[in-house]
Design a protein around this ligand. Sequence first.
Ligand code: PPS
Ligand code: MG
Ligand code: MG
Ligand code: MG
Length: 461
Amino acid sequence: MPSNCTSLVFRAPHVLGQTRITNNTNKLTPTIHVGTCFPWYGKKTHQKKKLFHIVSQLKCSQNYPSSSVMEDERNLVVSSLGPDKYSKELDVAVKAVQMACSLCQKVQESLISKTNSQIHSKDDNSPVTVADWSVQATISWILSKSFGCRNVSILAEEDVESLSKPDSKGLLSAVVETVNDCLVQAPHFGLKGPEKLLGSSDVLEAIGRCNSEGGPTGSFWALDPVDGTLGFVRGDQYAVALALIEDGEVVLGVLGCPNYPKKKEWLSYHHRYHRIISKLTPTTSESWDKGCVLYATKGSGKAWMQPLHQTNKLLAWPNSAILIRVSAIDDPALATFCEPVEKSNSSHSFTAGLAHIVGLRKQPLRVYSMVKYAAIARGDAEIFMKFARSGYKEKIWDHAAGMIIIQEAGGVVTDAGGSPLDFSKGTFLEGLDRGIIACGGAKLHERIIKSVDASWKCSSL
Ligand SMILES: Nc1ncnc2c1ncn2[C@@H]1O[C@H](COP(=O)(O)OS(=O)(=O)O)[C@@H](OP(=O)(O)O)[C@H]1O
Ligand SMILES: [Mg+2]
Ligand SMILES: [Mg+2]
Ligand SMILES: [Mg+2]
């Protein structure tokens, strides 16, 4: 794991009550290195607890969660300390996505209680709302503020043209208001907000700045401000997806899923039930009722999840993160596969044929957005398949964050030919072979890839 900090020095030797922190050479240890081993042996339970607590605190004090303290029967071993290469990027990205989720929750609530007048159609007839532009502006502003405009390059879904038209004044002012409402909350999320309210030109600039073309060299952020806008406007699942891509490789991913239910069974409920559920359960998403942010950095072998941040209850976020892992189920008969809700986005008949050949018995779990990737990473489902109509080119922002989170949680993501997804060719996943297959484990993945050809021959795709 990349690490630029391999030791941590105490200002004074630590003393736990009467227990001095000593390492396995029994020397008082003012410095803890990666690999430092603290013997449990002979220690009393309360001393063990204190020792574990203090050593665990070290990782939290580094403001990042990927260091780890391992325990065995005799020792407590510090396996890694200090921030990894992307700690600052991860910290800012997670906070920015948390803010974006909170923005989306407010807009979704207001959309559901009003008419459809706030939902607009793009040239390709897909929906776009105040939330899509507002999240893009907010995250663009936060990234620029945190890393400097010149150092930040963003490739994002929404463009600025339709918002800048003279007849879009009402829409633009709604976006400006939403962005400002969100940015004033920045300090609650541990970020700096603007000194004064942003004007229309600031907001348009922030959206327009997301004009990176991506490509094979350098580093850029890929942002889908609201993925699954259709789910969003229907009061259902959607995601905020942010990934960092370096020299064509996804190195960091953050996925905000504000409506991810505490009980995985609720994922399969029709959107109308979600509305009922949201009335039945506290909208504050207290504890784990609904909503989470998932994240991972490349090569860490770990993926994390934290609950949605509550502005009135400040959670020190690395401390509230828990590790997630893909499902261990590798028997197709027991596996759940997810796919897009809309037939026009992925062929349901093709995946039904494929499922039959592979021996998947359960009904498909149809969920809007990259929440499907989240379900695989959390181990709530085993397979995700998407086969768009021929001629449709998948966009990188629809897959980057989800892919890395599944991979670091132990899963496999490829195209339908078994090749890795290529994020180095600009906006689209060029060269994608037919579709996308993501699985919790390699065994299931292999079985599906092997069956794609057989199923493909009898399909009309
Ligand atoms: N025709 C077509 N074919 C395939 N894919 C398409 C198509 N049109 C759109 N999209 C992209 O799909 C994104 C939503 O994907 P989902 O898997 O969530 O689909 S679904 O909404 O559940 O049906 C959606 O992302 P958002 O625009 O961010 O919602 C689109 O990028
Ligand atoms: Mg999308
Ligand atoms: Mg989108
Ligand atoms: Mg869209």
